[in-house]
Each structure stands twice: as C-alpha cells, then as structure tokens.
Design a protein around this ligand. Structure first.
Ligand code: SAM
Length: 222
C-alpha cells in the first residue's frame, strides 16, 4: 500500500487559499492543462490526488468532452471536490487510493499534481508512479507538478519563492513553511524524478514549467 498524506481540518478547509498564496502561477498552470492535453486520443482522465478538485474543474470547462475520474484518500478534501463537482455527470470522485480503482479499467491520460513530494523515495514514489502507469494505455500523456530539485537548488529557489509571496504574510508562518519544505518534504532532483518515471514505465519526462521550487513535467506511458 502507498503512504498517504491526509489533509484534514484547517489544512483541508484553507487549502485553496494556501495554494494560491504559496504557489506562484498555480492558476496559470491549471488553466493550461486542458490545452496541454487536448490532442489526447482517449479523453478519459485519471486525476490522482485530486484534493478539492481544482484540476478537475478545468477539465469540466474545457471545450473537449472529457470523462474524468478523481481519486483522493483524504475524506475532507474529496468532500469539497464533491460539493463543487457533483452536478457533472462526466466526473466520478472516489475516496481512496489507486488500489481502490477497478484493476481492469484503463485511462487515456493522468495527472499527479502536488502529491509526489509527500511520499518517500524508499519505494513509495515508485509504487505510486507504477500504479499510475499500469492504469494507462500505451502513449497516454501524464502530467506531474511537484517540488523538484536537489537540496542546494531547493534552498536557492526558496529564497526566490520568499520574494514572490504576497505582501503582509506573518513572518513566523513564512519561516515555518519554508523550513518545512526544506526539511520535511521528500523532494528529489530532476535526474532522480526522471529515473523514477522511466523505472515506472514512462518515457523520460520533459520539464515544461517552473515557478521557483515547483516544476511541471510531461511524459507518456511507454
Ligand atoms: C497538496 S494536495 C494536491 C491536491 C490537488 N492535486 C491540487 O493540485 O490542488 C495533495 C493531495 O494528495 C493526496 N494524497 C496523499 N497521499 C496520497 C497518495 N498516496 N495517493 C494519492 N493521493 C494522495 C492528499 O489527500 C491531498 O489531497
């Protein structure tokens, strides 16, 4: 089973405000996802760690008709996703992990946004990536957004991130958060992320987006 990072209480209710504060260009990234994936043949999308449904919202409003399955182990996050998205008949939301999906079902594309850095690199990252690859058809695009970089790059980029934060934030909160990113999250270098994707059954990923510590990657199921 995969390690799980549960989001609950204020972490769940304040989630959307939190990402807007801490991830410069988060909306730009999300808004472009349907464009990025518009040439996908089978418009059947698996959104892993969908949280409150931010990325799914973009796909329901896209000109192409996507069938979307969002999965997340945090009850409070998926509850918010349900409140926002339950009226769309092309969206299925599942509280749980990849293992809870029908093993026979395959998808034409997948996303994994802001999840991988919570999992250690002693097997948990690779297991999750393999689990996604197993559920995709050959050639299916896969998008990752993650905090990426070796320790030194992360340290340098956190200084940039601090400059880009909105004005008026509490200094203690800023330093706690920056410290947590540096010391508690399981970030890996760009090379290691590429190795993990390849070992899981994907092509070497291409970095197409970066906003301080956050990198966006595009790859394909082999
Ligand atoms: C930072 S949120 C990202 C939510 C959403 N993808 C977004 O960009 O707004 C991380 C999410 O990953 C989920 N998560 C934690 N461990 C997971 C795992 N092993 N597999 C899938 N999702 C997981 C959490 O429940 C949480 O909702």
């Amino acid at each position: 089973m995969n390690k799980v990072e549960i989001f609950e209480n204020e972490r769940a209710t304040g989630y959307n405000q939190f990402v807007e504060t801490w991830i410069p260009n988060y909306h730009y990234f999300l808004d472009r996802l349907p464009k990025l994936l518009r040439e996908t043949k089978q418009k059947d999308l698996l959104v892993v760690g969908c949280g409150t449904g931010n990325e799914i919202e973009r796909f329901v409003h896209a000109p192409e008709h996507w069938k979307i399955t969002g999965i997340d182990p945090s009850p409070e996050m998926i509850k918010q996703a349900r409140q926002k998205l339950q009226t769309y008949e092309n969206v299925t939301l599942i509280e749980g992990l990849l293992a809870n999906l029908d093993p026979e079902r395959t998808y034409g594309a997948a996303t994994l946004l802001l999840v991988l850095h919570f999992l250690d690199d002693n097997g948990n990252k690779l297991n999750l990536l393999k689990g996604i690859a197993e559920r995709l058809v050959s050639g299916a695009p896969f998008v990752i957004l993650d905090i990426t970089g070796d320790k030194n790059k992360i340290r340098q980029n956190l200084k940039i991130l601090k400059l880009l934060l909105p004005d008026g934030l509490d200094e203690e909160q800023i330093s706690n958060r920056l410290n947590r990113i540096e010391t508690e999250l399981f970030t890996v270098s760009e090379e290691r992320l590429s190795e993990l994707c390849t070992a899981a059954g994907f092509e070497p990923p291409l970095r197409f987006f970066q906003s301080s510590i956050y990198m966006g990657w595009l790859t394909k199921k082999k």
